[in-house]
Design a protein around this ligand. Structure first.
Ligand SMILES: Nc1ncnc2c1ncn2[C@@H]1O[C@H](COP(=O)(O)OP(=O)(O)O)[C@@H](O)[C@H]1O
Ligand SMILES: O=C(O)C1=C[C@@H](OP(=O)(O)O)[C@@H](O)[C@H](O)C1
Ligand SMILES: [Mg+2]
Length: 325
């Protein structure tokens, strides 16, 4: 019997089917989350400004909430955006972050955010030629840090490796012998050295860097900060194989320690200039998103040139985005 002709790829989701719907809701959620992070707006502040509960916003940002038109319109308005910016079906390359930045430029400072102005990554070096990746263990800071650095042609500096070099000890030994307070002091000193001496780099930080206010201030004054995150289940699954550290918990307490760390640190990570949620995404997809953020954060005059350079490099480097942890 002749096989029936069918132009649709069986593996490709069709518009309106469950998989496609889920992907669309995730896209809308990501836009809300990215725009909120770019505004430096805590979820609580967005909740107050939009009249939408924090819990509902969290669901929406995760891609599991299907907001009504009026709810989405309120959220958009609280973010200084239009509903179509959040709900568009177009590729984010054309819509997402650049649109957010364009609109933010037109807002008065008091409209934008109570916390901080929008900052741009500066390709020419200081003050924001450094991109710091923050987030919990397993988020993908190391993996994406190396891939991003390679794609944009800057060095990747793993702060924990710098701490090991400076102390002559492995991270686990510094923690076991000297304790976390000493580790955090070394971390601050190493970050200060990097900020003083390296004009352009991707800096992969350790999950707990956000716990020290002084180190945070240093990081924000010297780096464009991107929060890499994922659902707690996925973080847990990814971090499972990593070497046990006293500060990360182990055995049957590991999940609880991770969830407590997420709850404690979420508001601190949320100070970042941008955020990406890597849940359910491949490393390649997450890298592309990261590149879009970096591109959108560049000064306008550099953006076009940087886009082609970055994408060309990315094509060349696709083969080799793996890196040591
Ligand atoms: N979308 C993704 N982005 C980054 N890493 C991912 C992704 N999906 C799976 N992974 C895997 O998760 C692990 C993340 O580990 P790592 O990069 O060391 O994270 P971190 O440095 O934040 O602790 C790696 O094994 C990586 O291959
Ligand atoms: O919580 C922390 O501060 C640390 C987490 C680990 O890094 P990851 O976040 O990459 O797992 C470790 O190597 C590090 O440097 C200290
Ligand atoms: Mg790591």
């Amino acid at each position: 019997m002749r096989k029936q002709e069918n132009n649709l790829q069986p593996s490709e989701p069709r518009r309106g089917d469950a998989r496609e719907n889920e992907a669309y809701l995730r896209l809308v959620g990501e836009r809300v989350r990215n725009l909120r992070a770019q505004l430096g707006m805590a979820r609580k502040a967005l909740s107050q400004a939009s009249g939408v509960s924090e819990r509902y916003l969290a669901e929406l940002e995760r891609g599991t909430g299907n907001a009504s038109l009026l709810v989405l319109r309120n959220i958009a308005s609280a973010l200084g955006a239009r509903i179509e910016d959040l709900a568009s079906e177009q590729d984010d390359q054309a819509v997402d972050t650049s649109l957010g930045f364009d609109q933010l430029e037109q807002l008065s400072p008091s409209d934008a955010s109570p916390q901080k102005p929008v900052r741009r990554w500066n390709t020419n070096g200081t003050p924001l030629g450094r991109i710091a990746l923050v987030g919990l263990r397993g988020a993908g800071k190391t993996t994406l840090g190396h891939a991003l650095a390679k794609a944009i042609g800057v060095p990747c500096i793993a702060l924990d490796r710098e701490i090991e070099r400076a102390s002559g000890m492995e991270v686990a030994d510094v923690l076991a012998v000297h304790g976390e307070a000493v580790y955090r002091r070394l971390e601050r000193n190493c970050l200060a050295t990097v900020v003083e001496t390296v004009p352009r780099a991707v800096i992969k930080t350790g999950g707990g860097i956000v716990l020290e206010p002084e180190t945070m201030d240093l990081m924000f004054s010297g780096c464009f900060v991107i929060w890499i995150t994922a659902s707690s289940n996925e973080l847990f699954a990814r971090a499972r194989g990593s070497a046990a550290l006293p500060i990360n918990g182990s055995g049957r307490h590991a999940k609880a320690v991770l969830e407590a760390a997420l709850a404690e640190r979420e508001p601190l990570y949320a100070r970042a200039d941008a955020v990406i949620d890597t849940t359910g995404k491949s490393v390649d997809e997450a890298l592309n998103e990261l590149l879009r953020i970096v591109q959108a954060a560049q000064p306008r005059e550099n953006a076009t040139q940087a886009r082609s350079t970055t994408l060309d490099r990315l094509k060349e480097d696709r083969r080799d985005i793996e890196c040591a942890s």
